[in-house]
Design a protein around this ligand. Structure first.
Ligand code: ZN
Length: 371
């Protein structure tokens, strides 16, 4: 398949390297995305893998370095398109986003709504939003599968976020719903092939409220109809080598599932995989009722039942505060401890995967597509 991204041209049987101009700086210079394309000599799907849209999350960059090898290309059917840094300036600054965009860079991808005329009294879309919209057109034109690599929190366990799949309630509602359900089934199969723990994103209303439908993977799923998952790879600033290995192995297993690589699935050995036996979604939990110093008792990867102790609450001298122990309101498992131990009232102490009772496929709200 002919694929060109910036100066990088796919060549059968080779790994090729190049750059894609993301934005031009006003004074001089550009932000250029590093592009790697690995193409097999036999036809097959095109798999996009990107990392580093959040500049503090470094594990995915290492995964791409370890994934793209001559051995991979020798066995490959189809094409792997890899972008190790979706925000080069964010990465260089070690900040969530680059200085030239105010807000989360992973909430800028197309939402599928009709183009509105610009309100002259409002700030127009940022240069980064426009640039990502252009890049998205390349993904839409070429990708059959997509993974975006992130990191959740210090010492969090590795997992994937599974996006909600949305469908439009118009005259083709039955068709739209069937298409959404087919993509959702592909997401379930991709999660199983990848082999890490799975956390569903927020239910639809909250998902839209948090603008998660404008993330890389949600835009791929809901606008481009490309199955996509967001991998969260533990600590961002100091990647865990075991998680990096397990992610590369999981991605090769996804390629085996997709018919891009031969052979048996590799065992995923370096990580803890949590499966409580029911689907889970994310929630910030363990909100302390009063100001305190927290001693976390639960650890990332722990299975938790309602009433289990999450943390101790003490004053600055070390004496018990209130009831002393904060207990879980939910069944599920611990994704991570919230950064820091000094807490004001109502602040959360853990990120948890709690039982998910909402559907993974749902309709867009009635007014979503109104201009
Ligand atoms: Zn991230």
């Amino acid at each position: 398949m002919n694929i060109t991204l910036g100066t990088c041209l796919a060549r059968p049987g080779e790994i090729t390297y190049g750059e894609y101009e993301l934005i031009k700086h006003p004074i001089s210079g550009q932000d250029r995305l590093p592009i790697i394309i690995a193409q097999g000599t036999r036809d097959g799907p095109t798999f996009w893998v990107t990392a580093g849209i959040h500049g503090l999350e470094h594990a995915g960059l290492q995964v791409i370095h370890r994934l793209v090898t001559p051995e991979l290309v020798r066995d490959l059917r189809g094409t792997l398109v890899a972008i190790p840094a979706l925000s080069p300036t964010g990465l260089q600054m070690a900040q969530r986003g680059p200085y030239y965009h105010d807000g989360d860079p992973n909430r800028l991808f197309p939402d599928g709504k009709p183009q509105k005329s610009l309100d002259p009294d409002k700030t127009p879309p940022s240069v980064l939003e426009e640039a990502y919209a252009q890049l998205f057109e390349h993904l839409k034109a070429t990708a059959n599968l997509y993974f975006d690599l992130h990191c959740a929190a210090t010492n969090s366990i590795t997992f994937v976020f599974r996006d909600r799949v949305l469908y439009r309630k118009d005259e083709n509602e039955a068709h739209n719903r069937a298409e959404a359900e087919a993509i959702d089934a592909r997401l379930a199969a991709m999660c199983a092939a990848y082999g890490h723990s799975v956390v569903n994103e927020f239910p639809v209303e909250k998902y839209l409220d948090e603008k998660l439908h404008r993330s890389t993977t949600s835009a791929a799923i809901n606008v481009a109809h490309v199955p996509a998952l967001t991998a969260e790879l533990g600590t961002g600033h100091m990647p865990d080598p075991g998680i990096v290995r397990a992610c590369a192995a999981g991605l090769r297993n996804v390629m085996r599932w997709a018919g891009m690589l031969p052979g048996e699935m590799e065992p995923i050995t370096d990580i803890k995989v949590v499966n409580p036996g029911f689907p889970c979604r994310r929630r910030s939990v363990g909100r302390v009722p009063q100001a305190c110093i927290v001693h976390h008792r639960a650890q990332p990867g722990d299975l938790i039942k309602v009433g289990d102790p999450l943390c101790e609450m003490r004053d600055i001298w070390g004496r018990q505060v209130g009831e002393g122990v904060l207990r879980s309101e939910y069944d599920g498992w611990i994704i991570s401890r919230t950064h820091g131990i000094v807490r004001y009232p109502h602040e959360a102490t853990f990120s948890m995967a709690i039982r998910d009772e909402s559907a993974t496929v749902g309709p867009y709200p009635d007014d979503y597509f109104k201009v």
